[in-house]
Design a protein around this ligand. Structure first.
Ligand SMILES: *Cc1c(COP(=O)(O)O)cnc(C)c1O
Length: 384
């Protein structure tokens, strides 16, 4: 990294990794079949249950989050089964592409990007399709910043034959999503989002009911075979060569998460995102999500401003990397993530860079308005 370019990573994945976690991954590689490594796996296994708030085992794979999404399709379903897919953004669309790839028959609930799914609409769809076997959704759409009411949806699915599969790739550990208490069947996570690790690991937590389906499902699978991984985990090992260094990092971050506790972690993200939203509104800008999540703040690019130019200016001139809009939102929104190793001053940095870049692009904005509002928010609200 250049001497004169201190960088800030504020995209919704990958995210900044705590130095202590980075160092834990720099240790020499050990062989994955040694007792020393098994001991680490055993600890990880316990700590993942804590993070996912479940009694069941959480599996992990060497893949990005999408690998775990695909794994859920092939391990839980049989050809031509009917499934319900909520599509309100890029990642909901990904569920649709995946289930179609494997010959499932999706019923789509399409919602306007920026809106959360309406629980009444979900109820009428599940009532109309009693033969549906699964419902695919995101805890929140990382492309729109919208949180879906998955707890309420679980009250509908758990009394039916519908498995509820929640992509929580950027949600786990950010706000409460207690999988057992809510009755969610499957929860998916990814290392480079809310786990504050480098990219390369994905996670799947499965309820007892989901495990029954794993046994019955007839779609073909090999690397991502949940049955094989579960057996291996019971023997304190993995089916294939695990991502040893990343698992050192996972062990470290999970230890830190247990020390801090989920409650404090949740309030930390609520604090950062609350201040960011306050800052954005004080700048006179519009928040995109109608029901915003705590993982990231999505801002509508004001009329007359080129969204891509704005992002580039923030990155190239100020070394602040945020994300732009995806697919149909390209150029129309910017996404500021609060995930990973971040503090109040990262929010201030992002708002400050945004104010400066907008000013430079000719957009009239009182410099400091957003920063002031965020500072006030931090002063008035405790992290808990
Ligand atoms: C990032 C993300 C994905 C995709 O994960 P990859 O690790 O890029 O494969 C899927 N769903 C959500 C909600 C995400 O935020």
């Amino acid at each position: 990294m250049d001497l004169l370019q201190k960088r800030y990573l504020m995209a919704p994945g990958p995210v900044p990794v705590p130095p202590r976690v980075l160092l834990s991954m720099a240790r020499p590689i050990i062989h994955h079949r040694l007792p020393e490594f098994s001991a680490i796996l055993t600890k990880i296994r316990q700590d993942l249950k804590y993070l996912f708030q479940t009694e069941s085992d959480v599996l992990f794979f060497a893949s990005s989050g999408t690998g775990a999404m695909e794994a859920c399709v092939v391990n839980l379903f049989s050809p031509k089964e009917k499934v319900i897919v909520v599509r309100g953004g890029k990642f909901g669309e990904r569920w649709g592409e995946l289930v179609e790839t494997y010959g499932l028959e999706p019923v789509y609930i399409d919602i306007e990007w920026g809106q959360a799914v309406d629980i009444e609409m979900v109820k009428s769809i599940v009532d109309r399709h009693p033969d549906a076997k699964g419902l695919f959704i995101q805890a929140h759409e990382t492309s729109t910043g919208v949180k879906h009411p998955v707890g309420e949806i679980a009250t509908l699915t758990r009394e039916r034959e519908i498995l509820l599969i929640v992509d929580a790739i950027s949600a786990i550990g950010v706000y409460p999503l207690p999988m057992d208490a809510l009755g969610i069947d499957v929860v998916i996570a990814g290392s480079q989002k809310s786990l504050a690790l480098p990219p390369g690991l994905s996670f799947v937590g499965l309820s007892k009911r989901a495990w029954q389906r794993v046994e019955e499902a007839r779609l073909p699978r090999y690397y991502f075979d949940f049955r094989r991984e579960k057996k291996a985990l019971a023997r304190e090992t993995t089916a294939f060569t695990p991502a040893v260094s990343l698992l050192f990092g996972l062990n470290e971050i999970l230890t830190r998460i247990r020390e801090v506790g989920l409650e404090r972690l949740f309030s930390h993200y609520a604090w950062l995102s609350g201040a960011c939203r306050a800052g954005i509104q004080a700048m006179g800008l519009e928040l995109f999500a109608k029901r915003p999540c705590e993982a990231l703040t999505i801002v509508r690019v004001p009329d007359g401003v080129d969204g891509l130019a704005l992002m580039k200016l923030m990155r190239n001139k100020y070394q602040v990397t945020i994300a732009g809009g995806q697919a149909r939102l390209k150029g129309k929104v910017i996404r500021i993530a609060h995930l990973g190793y971040q503090s109040p001053f990262d929010v201030i940095v992002a708002l400050s860079a945004l104010e400066m870049a907008l000013t430079e692009l000719g957009y009239q904005i009182p410099l400091g308005a957003g920063i002031k509002a965020a500072q006030e928010y931090f002063l008035e609200n405790k992290e808990a």
